[in-house]
Design a binder for this molecule. Structure first.
Ligand code: ZN
Length: 137
């Protein structure tokens, strides 16, 4: 395991409207993915390619979506930081041993088949931290 296997996979940004939010990136000439829906998280999302990392624009598909709750409370803005790790299961084991608070106990599987889990902001300097396994292609 080398440090280079760690990276900022993406920054998650909560928005009211994907169509409105993507305009700035389109205008700048960045490559934007097709919209995809993640039913489990009740969001529609777009990925914006930014060098070796990405922005993940998240729009809620229902009022009970975590993103809808975030928007109601805080308005649009940075929602989470996603850190790519070489071995997610091993990372979680180490964090749990240290008493780090996770948002859920289970590893979740995203639309692209990647595995992820969220670390609670109270254990990550106020940042909602997503850990994702190194399956980015
Ligand atoms: Zn994310």
């Amino acid at each position: 395991m080398s440090d280079s296997e760690f990276a900022i996979d993406h920054l998650g940004i909560a928005v009211k409207s994907l169509a409105a939010a993507k305009t700035i990136y389109e205008t700048l000439g960045l490559t934007i993915s097709q919209e995809e829906e993640v039913a489990g998280e009740q969001v529609r999302l777009l990925m914006v390619e930014v060098g070796e990392s990405r922005f993940e624009l998240l729009e809620p598909t229902s009022e009970s979506s975590p993103i809808a709750k975030f928007l109601n409370k805080r308005g649009e803005g940075l929602h989470h930081v996603s850190l790519r790790v070489p071995d997610l299961a091993a990372a979680i084991e180490k964090l749990k041993a240290k008493g780090i608070r996770l948002v859920s106990d289970q590893i979740k599987i995203g639309a692209g088949g990647h595995h992820y889990i969220f670390v609670h902001p109270s254990s990550a300097g106020g940042v909602l931290l997503e850990l994702v396994e190194n399956s980015h292609s």
